[in-house]
Write a protein that binds this ligand. Structure first.
Ligand SMILES: *[C@@H]1O[C@H](CO)[C@@H](O)[C@H](O)[C@H]1NC(C)=O
Ligand SMILES: *[C@@H]1O[C@H](CO)[C@@H](O)[C@H](O)[C@H]1NC(C)=O
Ligand SMILES: *[C@@H]1O[C@H](CO)[C@@H](O)[C@H](O)[C@H]1NC(C)=O
Ligand SMILES: *[C@@H]1O[C@H](CO)[C@@H](O)[C@H](O)[C@H]1NC(C)=O
Length: 422
């Protein structure tokens, strides 16, 4: 990918490219051959898996020395990245996180189920009243193991449904063999099954089918325009309109120490209902005459170095869109929530508030990172260097991919022919 990107770069003529390519080839050969020829230079070593033991246990990078560099206010991300590339670089970053431990059990594996357990090769799901599962998921899917999956809201198409999917209302209290299996989806932290479902879908990996928030399926319209420059005067974006006492208290104690913008109804300090769009006209979407606040959420966040993300409930594995949106928008989430959050996000991608002794210490840290372009750039190194932790799997297990995964589960049960248990 990176290669083809450079090749299509218009300022390079083709002669120039072949010239550069031969220079590069010579450089690579020299890099590979010279050290062994000279018999020294342990720092120039191509590391692969079996060399793991040779990697030092503690590799320090820019975030380990926050506060030691002179403070340097910055707004230009590209310059910050260049700076980081020359001071740290991907190979050191990758080595540092090669031993990163994640709990694999926190995310369901989406591609390893035993195909021989499938009882049906076609499953149809009737999507009943649901709130934020968009219409565009409707369709016929080709899934693993030769399974096909019809996902539809249309009652006529779903006349022989194997699964009825419920979210807004509880499923029917009883089910007879021959009737659709009752699937119930509840992604909120209070994720209690109703007791009347045959299949329970929640954010947690112990559910029948997991559906994480790390997808794009919550809202259909959205500006993914992401800024290249970060504000330097205001450091933190926050927006919350469901004002819970405990969340507001946490936000207030932190935000009182750092320059911030609060756009929602809670602790609003910018005025109006939707000033984000006035502040950031680049977030306006064409053909969208009546913008909703969620349309430009990503774009507005992207103008800030940090986004405050506070879950309504702090419990294991409950990591909501409040964290994943800023992560997608190229901001660094300052996170209050799930104690095992690192099992669900990339290494060094967020600032985990639980790791700080006090709110004041956290605020000092955030302000120091904001004026340290090298350290700030390192919070984006995971995506620039492709270091994912469990995050890739968390995305694969999101609502975006629910149709095939639910169909697979229903097929294992035998669809509507599954014997009724109550
Ligand atoms: C690595 O760093 C940790 C935490 O700073 C420290 O406890 C440990 O002794 C270090 N190990 C080595 C081999 O330096
Ligand atoms: C791993 O995650 C699972 C599911 O979230 C959890 O039940 C288990 O306690 C975790 N294990 C460890 C060692 O943290
Ligand atoms: C903000 O929204 C509320 C509710 O939709 C509305 O009543 C109010 O007039 C709006 N305020 C402004 C300044 O637009
Ligand atoms: C379900 O059961 C009916 C009645 O026993 C049978 O005719 C039908 O073939 C079964 N369908 C599947 C997909 O097993």
């Amino acid at each position: 990918m990176a290669n083809s990107k450079y090749k299509s770069y218009p300022i390079f003529s083709s002669q120039c490219i072949s010239y550069l390519a031969s220079l590069l080839a010579v450089a690579i050969v020299l890099t590979l051959v010279l050290p062994s020829f000279l018999g020294t230079s342990p720092s120039l070593r191509i590391i692969d898996k079996k060399d793991d033991a040779k990697i030092p246990v503690n590799i320090t990078t820019a975030v380990d020395s926050i506060g030691t560099r002179p403070r340097e206010p910055f707004t230009d991300l590209k310059l910050a990245y260049d700076h980081w590339d020359s001071e740290v670089g991907c190979s050191r970053f990758r080595d540092k996180f090669r031993r990163w431990k994640v709990n694999k059990t926190a995310v369901q594996q989406t591609d390893s189920g035993d195909c021989s357990k499938l009882k049906l090769d076609h499953v149809s799901v009737h999507v009943k009243m649901v709130m934020w599962i968009p219409d565009y998921l409707d369709g016929l899917y080709e899934c693993r193991c030769g399974l096909s999956c019809l996902w539809t809201r249309n009652e006529a198409l779903a006349d022989r449904a194997d699964v009825g999917l419920y979210q807004f209302y509880s499923p029917p209290e009883t089910r007879n063999t021959g009737e659709p299996l009752r699937a119930f989806v509840e992604l909120e932290a209070w994720r209690a099954p109703t007791g009347h479902e045959d299949i329970f879908i929640s954010y947690h990996s112990s559910s029948d089918v997991q559906a994480t928030y790390a997808g794009k399926t919550f809202r259909t319209t959205r500006s993914y325009n992401v800024a290249n420059m970060k504000r330097d005067d205001v450091l933190v974006y926050w927006s919350s309109s469901r004002c819970l006492d405990s969340r507001d208290a946490t936000a207030k104690s932190f935000l009182s120490h750092v320059p911030h913008h609060s756009f929602g109804r809670c602790l609003n300090n910018v005025g109006g209902n939707d000033t984000a769009l006035e502040m950031y006209p680049d977030c306006q979407m064409r053909d969208n005459p009546v913008p909703q606040w969620w349309d430009h959420l990503h774009c507005a966040m992207s103008h800030y170095k940090f986004v405050l993300a506070i879950e309504n409930t702090w419990t294991e594995s409950y990591v909501s869109e409040k964290l994943f949106y800023p992560l997608e928008a190229g901001a660094v989430p300052i996170y209050f929530g799930a104690p095992n959050v690192w099992d669900l996000v990339p290494p060094n991608s967020i600032i985990d508030a639980s790791k700080f002794e006090s709110i004041e210490k956290l605020a000092e840290y955030v302000k120091a990172v904001a004026e340290d372009p090298v350290a700030y750039a390192e919070f984006h190194a995971w995506r620039r260097c492709g270091v994912l932790g469990n995050y890739g799997k968390v995305r694969l297990a999101s609502l975006d991919t629910l149709p095939c995964r639910l169909c697979e589960f229903a097929s294992m049960k035998g669809g509507r022919n599954a014997t009724s248990t109550r």
